[in-house]
Design a protein around this ligand. Structure first.
Ligand code: S3P
Length: 445
C-alpha cells in the first residue's frame, strides 16, 4: 500500500485543473445507460468509484467505452437492461450502490449487489424502505440496527410515492427514488428538509424527463423516455476544496483552479470559506449541460472562526474534514453543528478527524454527533503544528486531508494507506506537485 511523505511548504502557487466531478460522472453513466442510443461524456472522472458504475452497467448489457476522460455509452434504453450473471460489485462507492438500487428496483429481473467491507457497513435502509414502498422486493442483510449490503433486488411493477426525507437530506436517497420513479406508474416525489446536491434532477431535465422542482420538493412522472445528449462534466469542487483550504491558510499563496463545478447545491465550501474571510473569486462563469462552472482564484488570508448550522451540512458534507483544518488555522472558535452523518461515510469521519487532530497535536474541543468545536487561536498569526504519522483509515478524503495538513505543519508527515485516494482523485499527488516546490511530496510503495 502506498504511503505519502510530505514536507512542509511556505505557500502554494500555480494554476491547476482538478479531475471531473464524481457525482456528475456517476450520473452521466447511469442516465446514459438508461437512454436509448448513444451518449457521449467528456470530462469524466476515471476513478475507481466511477468505474464501478461503468462495470455494473456493462454487466447489465450496456456497451460503454471509456478512453481516459471520454466515455461513449450505447444502450437499449430504460427497458434495455439484461439480467446480470453473478453479483454486481460497487466496491467502496456508496453512490454506485445507492443509485443502482433505484435502477435495479425498476428491473423485471433479480440481481444481487454488494461492496467492500466499508460499504457493507454503511446504512442502506434509508434507500431500501422507500423502494419497497414503491413495490420492489428487496432483501438486505439485516443486523441489529439496520439493513446493509449484500442486497437482493427483484424489481418491476413500481408505483409512485411521496417520500419525505425527515432524518437526513441525502442526494443518494433522493436520486435512487427518482431513478426508480422513471419506471413507476404515476408521480414520484421527494421532499427534503434541506436541499441536497441536485445533479440528478438537472441531468434528468436535460435528458427531457417530465420533472418538476418546487424548492426542496422534486417530482417526476414515470414511464416517459429519455433523450440522449452530450454531457460535459466540470471539475469536482470537493477535490478543489483541498487546494482552496491550503491556499487560504498558507501566507503568500495564490492558486487558480480552472473549470470547477459551482452548482449552488455544492458551493457550501465557497460560502463557508468566504464567511471565514477567505479571499476567493469566481471567474469565467458559464453553464454547460445544465451544470454551472467557473475558475476559482484563491489567495491566502487570515481566516476567522464561524458557526455552521445543520441546514448548511448537506452543501458541505464531503468537505467537513478539510473545513475542520481551515478552522484550526483560523482566529477564534469554529462550531460545525449537526455532523452525525459523518459517522457513516467511507470511514467514521468524526473519529478520523479526532485522530488526525490528535496526531498533529491540534486542539478539538468537541467531536460528537451533535457538533465539532475547533478552538482556532487568538493570535494574529496562525499557530504552528508539528508533522505527524497518520493513517487514512482507508478513506480517500481523510488521506488527502492528512496530506494537506502535512504541507501546513512544521515537520515531516507520513500518511499511510493512501491507495484509497484513487476512488475519487487518482492524480491528486501529481496536481499537488504542480503547486508545491520540487521534493515536497514523496510516494513510497
Ligand atoms: C453523493 C452524495 C453525498 C456525498 C457523496 C456523493 C452523491 O452522500 O457524501 O460523496 O453523488 O449523490 P449523501 O447523499 O449520503 O449525503
Amino acid at each position: 500500500m502506498r504511503s505519502i511523505i510530505v514536507k512542509p511548504v511556505n505557500k502554494l502557487s500555480g494554476t491547476i485543473c482538478v479531475p471531473g466531478d464524481k457525482s456528475i460522472s456517476h450520473r452521466a453513466v447511469i442516465l446514459g445507460s438508461l437512454t436509448k442510443g448513444t451518449t457521449r461524456v467528456t470530462g469524466f472522472l476515471e476513478s475507481e468509484d466511477c468505474m464501478r458504475t461503468v462495470k455494473i452497467f456493462r454487466q447489465l448489457g450496456v456497451d460503454i467505452v471509456v478512453s481516459g476522460n471520454e466515455v461513449v455509452i450505447t444502450s437499449g434504453g430504460l427497458h434495455g437492461l439484461k439480467e446480470p450473471k453473478g453479483d454486481l460489485y460497487a466496491g467502496n462507492s456508496g453512490t454506485t450502490m445507492r443509485l443502482m438500487l433505484g435502477v435495479l428496483a425498476g428491473q423485471k429481473f433479480t440481481s444481487r449487489i454488494t461492496g467492500d467491507d466499508s460499504l457493507c457497513k454503511r446504512p442502506m435502509q434509508r434507500i431500501t424502505e422507500p423502494l419497497r414502498g414503491m413495490g420492489a422486493k428487496i432483501t438486505g442483510t439485516v443486523k441489529n440496527d439496520g439493513e446493509y449490503a449484500p442486497i437482493v433486488v427483484s424489481g418491476g411493477d413500481l408505483s409512485g410515492i411521496d417520500h419525505k426525507s425527515v432524518l437526513v437530506a441525502s442526494a443518494q436517497v433522493k436520486s435512487a427514488i427518482l431513478l426508480a420513479g422513471l419506471y413507476a406508474k404515476g408521480e414520484t416525489s421527494v421532499l427534503e428538509f434541506s436541499k441536497s446536491r441536485d445533479h440528478t434532477e438537472r441531468m434528468l431535465k436535460y435528458f427531457g424527463s417530465d420533472l418538476k422542482v418546487d424548492e426542496n420538493k422534486v417530482s417526476i412522472n414515470g414511464e416517459g423516455h429519455l433523450m440522449s445528449k452530450d454531457i460535459v462534466v466540470p471539475g469536482d469542487i470537493s477535490s478543489a476544496a483541498f487546494f482552496m483550504v491550503a491556499a487560504s491558510c498558507l501566507e503568500g499563496s495564490e492558486v487558480t483552479i480552472k473549470n470547477v463545478g459551482v452548482n449552488p447545491t455544492r458551493t457550501g465550501i465557497i460560502d463557508v470559506m468566504k464567511d471565514m474571510k477567505a479571499n476567493i473569486e469566481l471567474k469565467n462563469e458559464k453553464t454547460i449541460s445544465e451544470e454551472p462552472r467557473a475558475d476559482i482564484l484563491v489567495k491566502s488570508s487570515r481566516l476567522k472562526g464561524i458557526t455552521i448550522e445543520p441546514s448548511e451540512i448537506p452543501r458541505i458534507i464531503d468537505e467537513i474534514p478539510i473545513i475542520a483544518v481551515a478552522a484550526a488555522f483560523a482566529q477564534g472558535e469554529t462550531i460545525i453543528k449537526g455532523v452525525s452523518e459523518l459517522k457513516v461515510k467511507e470511514s467514521n469521519r468524526l473519529m478520523a478527524i479526532r485522530d488526525l487532530f490528535h496526531y498533529f497535536e491540534m486542539r478539538l474541543n468537541d467531536c460528537s454527533s451533535k457538533r465539532l468545536v475547533i478552538p482556532g487561536d487568538q493570535d494574529t498569526k496562525p499557530k504552528t503544528f508539528p508533522g505527524a504519522v497518520c493513517n487514512s483509515l482507508g478513506d480517500h478524503r481523510i488521506a488527502m486531508t492528512g496530506i494537506i495538513m502535512g504541507l501546513m505543519a512544521k515537520g515531516e508527515t507520513i500518511v499511510y494507506d493512501t491507495d484509497c485516494i484513487n476512488t475519487s482523485f487518482p492524480n491528486f499527488i501529481e496536481i499537488l506537485k504542480e503547486v508545491t516546490p520540487e521534493g515536497t511530496i514523496k510516494v513510497e510503495k
